[in-house]
Design a protein around this ligand. Sequence first.
Ligand SMILES: [Zn+2]
Length: 107
Amino acid sequence: MDINSYISIHTLNKLDNNLLDYKKNILKHFYNNFLKDKTIDYQNFENKYLENNPTIIERSINDKKCMARVQYKTNTYKQCDNYKKNGDYCNIHFKNSNYGNINDLIN
Ligand SMILES: [Zn+2]
């Protein structure tokens, strides 16, 4: 039997995502069916068990740019790329900033 020993990054990422989906399904099932005391919402519950520790890239903050924290990719955040238009924020984040200010602490 000949087995190809090369695994592409694409395949590894796909396996990773499948595994993550599988874990999420188990957690969701557990949350919905077995967790009696739902003092925690599902997303926090999931984050707690999947150890999705949020990270912030681009530690140096550009004072001329919008101070909103934006999601860069799953669980990774950075400062908004737009320039300030309204106070500390761009026109988008002046109205709504889903992930808070770049200086806010992530816990
Ligand atoms: Zn912005």
